[in-house]
Design a protein around this ligand. Sequence first.
Ligand SMILES: *[C@@H]1O[C@H](CO)[C@@H](O)[C@H](O)[C@H]1NC(C)=O
Ligand SMILES: *[C@@H]1O[C@H](CO)[C@@H](O)[C@H](O)[C@H]1NC(C)=O
Length: 409
Amino acid sequence: MVTLIMTRDPCLSKVVRIFGIAAVVWLLFTTFQLWQGRPAGQLTDLAKLSTKIVSTNDDKSVQEPPQSKIAKVCMLYYENVTESTIALESAIASHNAHNDRHHYRSYLLRKGILSGFYSKPAYMTTIILEELIKPPEERLEWLVWHDADLVLMNSEIPLEAFLPPPGFEHIHLIATNDLGGLNNGVFFIRINEWSVLLLTALTAYRTYHPGFSSVNEDQVVMDEIIQLDEWKGHVVHVPQRWFNSYHDFGKDADVPPEWHWYHHYFEPGYLLVHFPGAGEGRTDLINQYVKAKAAEPELYDVPFPKTNLTEEIAEYWAKDAKREEKIQKTFHMRQRILESVGSETDRARDKDLEEIRTRMAGESHEKIEEALSAKRKEYNSRKIENLREAEKDQRQAGTGRRYNAKARS
Ligand SMILES: *[C@@H]1O[C@H](CO)[C@@H](O)[C@H](O)[C@H]1NC(C)=O
Ligand SMILES: *[C@@H]1O[C@H](CO)[C@@H](O)[C@H](O)[C@H]1NC(C)=O
C-alpha cells in the first residue's frame, strides 16, 4: 500500500514518512515502558485475577447455592412515582431477605402486557411455558404468585413447607379463601400443562363472556373456574394464615361462632401481612409494617419450628385436604346464607334503628344511644339464630335432595 502511494505522489510520500517516524517513536516509547515493567505489572494483575476465577470454580465449598424449585412472581407498574408506589416498592423489597435466605428466584412484571386484569395470568403462563421448554431436571416446580400489596414479615418460613406431601401429586393449585371467597393475592401453582390450561382458560374468559366485568375480575373468574368439575379436583384451599394473613380489620360478632367466619389476621411469626381492600389506608399500613419489621426483626423472624406451622400443616394434609370438596361446599353455602338471610336481617335492623332515631328525636343523646344499642344487641342474637336456622334448612334440603335422587333411581 505504502509503496503504491509513494510512487504516485511525492507530496504524499513526505506525509507517510512523518507518520512513519511518529510510529517508530511510539514503538520505542512503548518498548521502554514494557521494559520498565508497568504494563507487565498490569498483566500480572490480570493473571492473578484469572487464577482467582479458576480457583473459585475449582473450590466446591464456595459454589453457588442451588436455586429453589419454587420461584415467586409479582407485578408492579405505574406511570408516576407517588407515596403509594414508594410504599409498594418497599413491600416488594421486603421479600429480598426471604428470597436470599431460601434462594427463590423472583419474577417481577414491570409493564402491563394485556388490557384489563389479564397481565397476571398471561405473565405466569409465559414463565411456565419457558420452564416446560427446559429439560425436567432443570425446571422450576412451583410458582408462587404474590400481589405487591403485602409485606413479608418472617423470612425464616420456607415456602417449600406448604407444598403438598407425597400422595397429593394431583394437587396443582394451593389457594386460600377469605370471607368473600377466593383471594388470589397469594397462591401456589405447579409448573405443568394443567396450570397452562387453567391460566389460559382464565385469560380467555372474557372472550367467551363478553360484557362480564368485576372490580377483581381475574380473582372472581379464577374462583368460578376452579369450582368447575374439570378443575376442582386439583385445587386445595389451605388455612389463610399459612401465607395470606391480613392486617386486622376486625371481626363480625353477628355470625355463629362455630362457623369460624373471620379472616386470619396477622400475628408475629406469620409469613406475611396482606392489605386487600385497605383503600386509602394501604400506604400507611405498608409503611407501618415495614418499619415495625426493621425495628424488631427478632420479633417477626420466628424460626420455622417455633411457629407451630409444622403440626398444623401435617394435620391439614392428613385431614382437611381430603375433605376439600365438603369444606368448600359448606363455605359457599354459608356465604350464600349470609348474602340472603344475613343481609335481610341487617336491613330489618337498620330500618328499626332508623325508626328509633325518628321516634326519639329531641331526647338526650345518651337515651337514644341506649335504645339503639339495645336494639342492635337484640338483632345480633336474632341474626345468629336466623343464620343457624337457614343452615339447618339448607342441610336438610341437601339431604332431602339426596333421598329424592335415591328414590328416583
Ligand atoms: C403522570 O404525570 C403526568 C405529568 O404530570 C400526568 O400528565 C399523568 O396524567 C400522570 N399519570 C397518572 C397515571 O397519574
Ligand atoms: C404454638 O403453640 C403453643 C401451644 O399451643 C402456643 O403457646 C404458642 O403461642 C404457639 N406459637 C405460635 C407462634 O403460634
